[in-house]
Write a new protein. Structure first.
Length: 165
């Protein structure tokens, strides 16, 4: 066992027979404040992103991806419930699907712009080449096929533009 700076303790364990087993490293942190204080601080400093998509699996995957990247995430499975959350919560950015039943992403973006025009909107679509009147409503547009790294990069870019005074 080794202790560094009185805040981090490293302990190595061998699991299995003798030294032929697997080695496991246990790290114990001694934080100067209760853990709940750090969680509260993260909640205050991380951006709140609203994801709106009717496809449940895609919505769930995006939520996990964004949470692992340090964002707080709200989800809605259709335009009306997305608009309700958007109006009630202090959302910093929106990741919005275009193709949804009942109310497509363009219609949702129009209503969001009327409520909080300063909140950036990233529009996702499986379609290439959406109409100009739709893409003009949002800050960024990308296809779902571009993948997770591009989504994170574009979202971070949007949020940096908003954070600059």
């Amino acid at each position: 066992m080794r202790t560094y700076d009185e805040s981090v303790t490293l302990q190595t364990y061998w699991v299995g027979p003798g030294r032929k087993g697997r080695r496991i490293l246990l790290v114990a942190l001694r934080l100067p404040l209760p853990f709940s204080v750090y969680i509260s601080y993260m909640a205050q400093t991380s951006h709140l992103v609203l994801c709106v998509d009717d496809e449940q699996v895609g919505l769930y995957v995006r939520k996990i991806l964004l949470e692992r990247a340090g964002y707080r995430v709200l989800t809605a499975q259709d335009g009306p419930s997305g608009l309700e959350l958007f109006a009630q919560e202090p959302v910093d950015a929106v990741v919005l699907d275009y193709s949804m039943p009942g109310m497509h992403g363009g219609e949702v973006a129009i209503k969001m712009r009327a409520t909080k025009p300063e909140v950036p909107i990233l529009l996702l679509s499986a379609y290439v080449g959406l109409p100009l009147e739709v893409t003009a409503l949002v800050n960024l547009y990308m296809t779902k096929g571009e993948g997770a790294p591009v989504l994170l990069e574009k979202l971070e870019c949007l949020l940096q533009k908003v954070s600059v005074p």
